[in-house]
Ligand binder design. Structure first.
Ligand SMILES: *Cc1c(COP(=O)(O)O)cnc(C)c1O
Length: 360
């Protein structure tokens, strides 16, 4: 068996210990004689899996009592509709558009009410985070929406926007559990787990209880109402059971690693190795405004498309996979999520140095 360093943006690298544990439990989960994949979601064994997963997530993020944790299906993209359907009481919401994912959410919200784009960084291909200290937040906005870490462009909000008292909603798909969060600053935090937590197929929504009501937009499907899933502790129907089990294992792995403060420190050390090299390189350069750089997704270019393609190809041959940038931006992107070991980033930089020498 040989594993590569996988820099994929998602689905992405998972902790090797977690995969090994799952492999050991594959045929017989703790003496049940069956795999978690084969188990009723109403069984005692599964009830413990999902309850423990929620408890560990609450502990890791310090989620207050008055927030619900929902394990859902449909990826992050289903939430682009669920959020307005559940939260747009006045049919008004303000969106800060800092990339493709925020833009998609903004476009979807337009189907359900008045979605206002109150800031954007599209003028410079989303390479920065706009100043959000004094935006024209709508008087009657039901919420202000951000995508906190922009997976494709490699930017991250270092300070949250001033929402002028309005509810903050954040897509944290690609920075979930990468650093400590102050949950009480948000009304709703959500993400698909396949970037930084677990296997594709699970979305986690953390929502303040007062935002969960029967009063959704007319026609909201039962499955898209937060109340449906909150009332049933995420077991209204069959949840993505195996995926939640793996998420639970990742939560335990994170606790063993020292929790989110320790993770942040580790992620900063890893990202610094790569950014320091990019800042000193005469061939490669980062594409993002320095103060807005993400710790998770690091896009870079040589400035020459052919050379970029050569780099991606030769890196793959050296066991450094999935470094091609998103199809909308080109160049390269290294996603260095929680489960990417520091050795992986060091190996990447060593390879970049070698490539630079050979190609300058
Ligand atoms: C990947 C991604 C999405 C889309 O996730 P799906 O689960 O594929 O719907 C949305 N937002 C962000 C920030 C992402 O990185």
């Amino acid at each position: 068996m040989s594993r590569v360093y996988n820099f994929s943006a998602g689905p992405a690298v998972l902790p090797e210990e977690v995969l090994q544990e799952a492999a050991e439990e594959m045929l017989d989960y703790k003496g049940t004689g069956m795999s978690v994949m084969e188990m009723s979601h109403r069984s005692k064994a599964y009830d413990k899996i999902i309850k423990d997963a929620e408890a560990d997530l609450r502990e890791l993020m310090g989620i207050p009592e008055n927030y619900k944790v929902l394990f859902l299906q449909g990826g992050a993209s289903t939430q682009f509709a669920a959020i307005p359907m559940n939260l747009m009481k006045n049919k008004v919401a303000d969106y800060i558009v800092t990339g493709q994912w925020a833009k998609k959410a903004y476009q979807e919200a337009q189907k359900y009410g008045r979605a206002n784009k109150i800031a954007s960084s599209e003028d410079e291909t989303f390479s920065y985070i706009p100043d959000c200290s004094d935006l024209p937040v709508s008087e009657d906005a039901d919420y202000v929406y951000i995508c906190e870490n922009n997976t494709i462009y490699g930017t991250k909000f270092k300070t949250l926007p001033n929402t002028k008292g309005k509810t903050l909603v954040a897509d944290v798909s690609s920075c979930f559990l990468s650093e400590p969060v102050e949950v009480e600053k948000y009304g709703l935090i959500y993400g698909g787990v396949q970037k930084n937590i677990g296997p594709a197929g699970v979305a986690i929504v953390i929502i303040r209880e007062d935002l969960i009501t029967e009063d959704t937009l007319p026609g909201t499907p039962t499955m898209l109402k937060y109340k449906t899933h909150a009332d049933a502790d995420s077991l209204y129907n069959t949840p993505p059971a195996y995926g939640i089990y793996i998420c639970g294992k990742v939560f335990q792995w994170l606790k063993k690693k020292g929790g989110l403060a320790a993770m942040k420190q580790y992620n900063e050390e890893k990202a610094k190795i790569l950014y320091d090299f990019l800042d000193s390189s005469s061939l490669f350069k980062g594409t993002v405004r320095k103060e807005d750089r993400s710790l998770m997704n690091v896009p870079f270019v040589t400035g020459n498309e052919e050379l970029d393609a050569k780099f991606v190809k030769e890196a793959k041959e050296a066991g450094l996979e999935n470094l091609k940038g998103h199809r909308s931006v080109g160049g390269m992107r290294a996603s260095i999520y929680n489960a990417m070991p520091k050795e992986g980033v060091e190996a990447l930089v060593a390879f970049m140095k070698k490539f630079e020498k050979e190609n300058l």
